[in-house]
Design a protein around this ligand. Structure first.
Ligand code: NAP
Length: 106
């Protein structure tokens, strides 16, 4: 019974833009404490702006999905703060255009 009452905790990767950005905000707007993670925290200004404006339970964290240390650091930090992760939205990836740019070194 107690478990049903506690706030759910979500981790979203790739929250600096696009689907990850919108998913993180949607989860927070539904009362879920959301860790909106991104590889470059310099890009957190916009999502934090929405979170502050609407008093959403959202915070940003650095997480690069290609870097094991970064993943472990983020998970340890969340577990240390909230003791659990209920929802994982592993959205981050290289989209085709980025892969093409890298491959052709454009
Ligand atoms: N949009 C579509 O129509 C569509 C369709 C099918 C599948 N998808 C999939 O849905 C996901 C999101 O798509 P989107 O359209 O929202 O793409 P997007 O706007 O390009 O967003 C991709 C996000 O992933 C982040 N990212 C890239 N590499 C990362 C890494 N190593 N660590 C952490 N974050 C990283 C980017 O962060 P930076 O800002 O740091 O680059 C960005 O925030 C992708 O996996 C894509 O393949 C999208």
């Amino acid at each position: 019974m107690k478990d049903l009452q506690r706030q759910q905790i979500a981790l979203v990767t790739g929250s600096s833009s696009g689907i990850g950005f919108e998913t993180a905000l949607t989860l927070a707007r539904n009362g879920i404490y959301t860790f909106a993670t991104m590889r470059d925290l310099n890009k957190s200004k916009e999502i934090l702006g929405y979170a502050r404006k609407d008093s959403l339970p959202l915070e940003t964290l650095c997480l690069d999905v290609t870097d094991e240390h970064s993943i472990l650091d983020a998970i340890n930090l969340i577990i240390g703060k909230k003791n659990q992760i209920d929802i994982l939205v592993n959205n981050a990836s290289l989209v085709l255009s980025e892969l093409c740019r890298k491959y052709y070194q454009l």
